[in-house]
Design a protein around this ligand. Structure first.
Ligand SMILES: [Zn+2]
Length: 461
């Protein structure tokens, strides 16, 4: 997600103001399991057992929990969007640290211990490039391609430092092999197409460095694709979707085997991509607009288009996109952020303080886990169970910006339990947890090998 350059300080501010949010998580998740709204399976079974409804319900719930735990540990669990790279690069965080230690200076959703507790099999680390890097000088850490390289370096360094836990993966087959060996497969996705600086050679080199997807835009329209983030800003030069060069980028990604990610793009860009791509696409971290009306979420028509394309929508856990009340507030705060930047052009701290105070005053409270499960249910219904997965956005959102019970990456097993209670089969749950993404990745690899054996004339801008 990433709201602004000031994101890290915003996260820290929220951590201070909301106190021990992460610590309360274990208790919160058990209370969710007793929520009558989500306890359908347990209450259905209760009449079949002797010994009193309360005790049999507890026994049934225990049995579902045990079965869910087993299924989760046996499945390949893949998350396609994790922004822990920002604390790694900017704050000196290391995945071996404990980001949930109350006394820790750097608090996170993600570290190795909690990735393992969450049963994670593969992580796509976000190579996030803030739009500001486009115009930054080298002395300030710019430009955009250099920033992407700096993030890639920090991911590779983590893999080097933790060989017992992490291994770099390049293919779907690599992910299966690495998970079997008991390690976590590490992959990367570039967030923000401006990172290639309008160069297909740079795109190809990023692939060679291990990047396996690229989100075509972040919140900014670039030289070849419109973003939903600024689509209503008339001072931005828009293209009505993808330009011809944008189509070249999509084709080159198809040809080299890099997944095309349509999270963050404007709706017209999305449809242009669907028309142009020769391989299935992904939405690396997007949820359902029918439930929370935010343009970062996907409409039912878009969900159906991804299904026809054979792609996959990876559900985002950020409560600002999941919770309809918060989606509305997020849109309002986006406008406000722009206004405050104009009001305090030389005082970003003041602007940030004002927006935080406003957010706090308007906070509608915690988002229940059932809202996240409703997004999953909705996408399963509209796009189909074959087109659904996990795109957490951990560490790309405020520390407390997640539903109750999904406070950090260790909580992933609750998804398997909740889906089981909602009546999903074991095979369907496995698809959601990782098999769908593996299918799309294999298909993208197949299209690339077909296109490489018949290479099109290379084009550049
Ligand atoms: Zn994002």
């Amino acid at each position: 997600m990433h709201t602004s350059l000031l994101r890290r300080s915003a996260v820290l501010c929220l951590a201070l103001s909301f106190g021990a949010g992460l610590l309360a998580s274990a208790d919160d998740s058990s209370s969710i399991s007793n929520d009558p709204q989500t306890g359908k399976a347990a209450s259905r079974k209760q009449s079949a057992r002797p010994g009193g409804p309360a005790s049999s319900r507890a026994q049934d719930d225990e049995a579902v929990r045990a079965r869910a735990e087993r299924l989760h540990r046996q499945s390949i669990v893949i998350d396609t969007h994790n922004d822990i790279t920002s604390p790694l690069l900017e704050d000196g965080f290391d995945l071996g640290m404990r980001g949930d230690d109350p006394s820790a200076k750097i608090k996170t959703h993600t570290d190795l211990r909690r990735m393992k507790a969450g049963g994670l099999g593969a992580e796509f680390f976000a190579v996030y490039v803030d739009k500001e890097f486009v115009k930054k000088k080298p002395a300030e850490g710019g430009g955009a391609a250099r920033r992407a390289l700096d993030v890639i370096d920090v991911v590779k360094e983590q893999i080097r430092r933790h060989p017992e836990s992490l291994e770099a993966a390049s293919t779907a087959a690599d992910i299966r092999r690495i998970v079997k060996s008991g390690k976590i497969a590490a992959l990367m996705g570039i967030e923000g197409g401006h990172a290639i600086e309008d160069s297909l050679p740079a795109l190809r080199m990023f692939y060679k460095l291990g990047v396996r997807y690229m989100t075509l835009t972040h919140t900014n329209t670039n030289d070849w694709a419109d973003s939903e983030g600024d689509i209503n800003n008339s001072s931005v030069n828009h293209h009505n979707g993808l330009t011809d060069f944008g189509r070249d980028v999509v084709h080159e990604m198809n040809r080299i085997g890099m997944m095309v990610d349509i999270s963050h793009v404007a709706d017209k860009t999305f449809y242009d991509v669907i028309a142009a791509t020769r391989a299935p696409v992904i939405a690396s971290h997007s949820s359902a607009r029918a439930i929370a009306n935010h343009p970062r979420n996907m409409s039912d028509d878009m969900l159906k288009a991804v299904a026809r394309n054979g792609g996959v929508v990876m559900v985002n856990f950020y409560d600002g996109f999941l919770d309809p009340r918060k989606a509305e507030l997020a849109l309002r705060s986006r406008t406000m952020e722009d206004e405050l930047k104009v009001k305090y052009p030389n005082d970003p701290k003041r602007a940030q303080e004002e927006i935080e105070a406003w957010r706090k005053a308007n906070d509608p409270g915690k988002t229940p886990l059932s809202v996240l499960m409703d997004h999953i249910d909705h996408i399963a219904k509209v796009a189909g169970i074959d087109h659904l997965g996990i795109g957490s956005d951990f560490d790309g959102v405020p520390l407390t910006g997640l539903p109750v019970g999904m406070e950090d990456i260790s909580k992933l097993p609750i998804l398997t339990y909740e889906l089981m209670k909602r009546g999903y089969s074991d095979a369907d749950i496995r698809k959601f947890l990782g098999e769908n993404l593996l299918r799309v990745m294999s298909q993208v690899e197949r299209v690339a090998s077909e296109m490489t054996s018949n290479p099109p004339a290379p084009s550049n801008k």
